[in-house]
Design a protein around this ligand. Structure first.
Ligand SMILES: Cc1cc2nc3c(=O)[nH]c(=O)nc-3n(C[C@H](O)[C@H](O)[C@H](O)COP(=O)(O)OP(=O)(O)OC[C@H]3O[C@@H](n4cnc5c(N)ncnc54)[C@H](O)[C@@H]3O)c2cc1C
Length: 411
């Protein structure tokens, strides 16, 4: 499978300052900038806040990568991303991915866990024998393990890796540059204006502004994208004394997902913070990305995760007194939890590409999404993804027309 290295099309006329202007330097924007500049494009990456800030969705120490998805349309994108993660690690000489086993568990009657286990080619596992009694599963639950393609990504380290690679290849990166206007350029292309009045002209623009997407797209194009920011918390829990070594990535402890309707709980093994383990829930209350309660704001979910731990990992993780640390983060939810990857259309036609609505599961696919967005901007189509068997049809904006829920979830 080849990654396209064709030069930037001549249509990206030299009357523009840049071939591609990327808005937002989270994982998606940073990967897009890297993919575009790797093609020889002149790239500008604009970030509203400081680079690597902690107020969006891509900061922190860990994200899970796994190709276990109930929806079979995602694993090809994860596999493309895995290849691109490895390429970027090799190119930068850095390591941001720690491989771990992946454990899926849930009631046998839960169709999502069964489908995810099947799509990832997992095998049923005796959790007690494998992980020394760390888990206590109720009767009727299934546990399945995958040894391939899963692990923990160092989130901020990964964003920095892609930014550094992009800069090294000539991308211009500007922080504290909030884009407040996107409009058609006087000679075609796209003009963007920042809050300080600076203007930049690009042949193409890629919008990857995370939880701020709905607002920016509405003001630029009058299009209402159903992307709802959610406030969520990264929860770190103390491992019980004497058990610390057992729950580490080094000891082979897995990342895991528990399909425990309505609370989907996931975890990464003890790695970045010795003596602690991250155990989280998927979701959170709706929020305004510029006005949220950063300290708490998670509703009663901390208590619900604590109850999950007490039921499923009682001998290994301490819940008395609550989590030892909790960090704010945001999801950008679509109604169907599928991404939005599309041309904006309307007066912008194919000049503006949107990558948003990653619904709490996009990080692992960042390099693939960046490649897709860069190819859409430069070539009008995402050939590398198509060759990798990635279907983009279900990420289109028009799926919400006359159908507020978007894609049906019946497969
Ligand atoms: C707690 C938590 C756990 C998660 N766990 C996982 C996981 O295990 N695996 C996984 O795959 N995914 C996971 N995710 C999801 C993943 O982190 C996100 O899907 C991903 O980080 C989204 O990246 P982004 O670049 O779209 O958004 P962001 O990282 O938010 O980047 C958008 C950037 O745009 C900037 N911006 C906004 N407005 C403007 C403007 N007007 N002008 C210029 N810049 C602007 C913002 O400041 C921000 O830096 C998790 C998310 C959270 C919150």
């Amino acid at each position: 499978m080849a990654t396209h290295t064709a030069p930037v099309p001549a249509a990206a006329a030299r009357c523009f300052d840049f071939d591609v202007i990327v808005l937002g330097a989270g994982i998606m924007g940073s990967c897009t900038a890297h993919a575009a500049v790797s093609r020889g494009a002149r790239v500008l990456l604009l970030e509203r806040l400081d680079l690597l800030h902690g107020l969006g969705s891509s900061h922190g120490e860990s994200r899970t990568i796994r190709d276990a998805y109930p929806d079979a349309r995602y694993p090809p994108m994860v596999r493309l991303a895995s290849r691109l993660w490895a390429d970027a690690e090799a190119e930068s000489g850095r390591r941001v991915l720690t491989p771990t086993p992946l454990l899926l568990m849930g009631p046998r009657s839960n169709t999502s866990v069964i489908a995810a286990a099947r799509n990832a080619g997992t095998e049923e596992v005796d959790v007690a024998a494998r992980w020394g009694g760390a888990f206590r599963l109720p009767d009727g639950w299934v546990a399945a393990v995958s040894e391939h393609g899963s692990g923990v990504l160092h989130a901020t380290g990964a964003v920095k890796m892609f930014q550094d690679l992009a800069v090294h290849k000539g991308a211009v990166v500007r922080d504290n540059a909030e884009v407040v206007e996107i409009r058609k350029g006087p000679e075609g292309g796209v003009a963007v204006r920042t809050s300080t009045g600076e203007e930049f002209h690009g042949a193409k623009c890629v919008v990857t502004v995370g939880a701020w997407t709905r607002r920016l797209i509405k003001s630029a194009a009058g299009v209402e994208l159903p992307i709802q920011p959610l406030h969520t918390l990264v929860l770190y829990w103390r491992i019980k004394p004497g058990r610390e070594g057992e729950l580490t990535a080094e000891a082979g402890f897995p990342t895991f997902s528990s399909y425990c309707d309505p609370l989907y709980v996931y975890s990464t093994p003890s790695l970045e913070r010795p003596g602690m383990i991250k155990i989280n829930y998927h979701g959170g209350p709706p929020c305004d990305p510029d006005d949220r309660d950063l300290v708490s704001g998670g509703g009663d979910v901390v208590e619900r995760v604590a109850r999950w731990i007490d039921e499923f990992m009682p001998g290994h993780v301490e819940t008395a007194g609550g989590p030892v640390d909790q960090l704010p983060c945001m999801y950008s939810m679509t109604p169907d939890e599928d991404f939005v990857i599309d041309f904006l259309g309307g007066e912008f036609g194919q000049d503006v590409v949107v990558g948003a609505g990653f619904s709490g599961h996009g990080f692992k696919m960042g390099p693939a999404v960046g490649m897709i967005l860069a190819e859409m901007a430069l070539d009008g189509e995402a050939r590398t993804a198509a060759e990798a068997g990635v279907e983009l049809g279900h990420f289109r904006i028009n799926r919400f027309e006359g159908n507020p829920m978007g894609n049906a979830k019946d497969q």
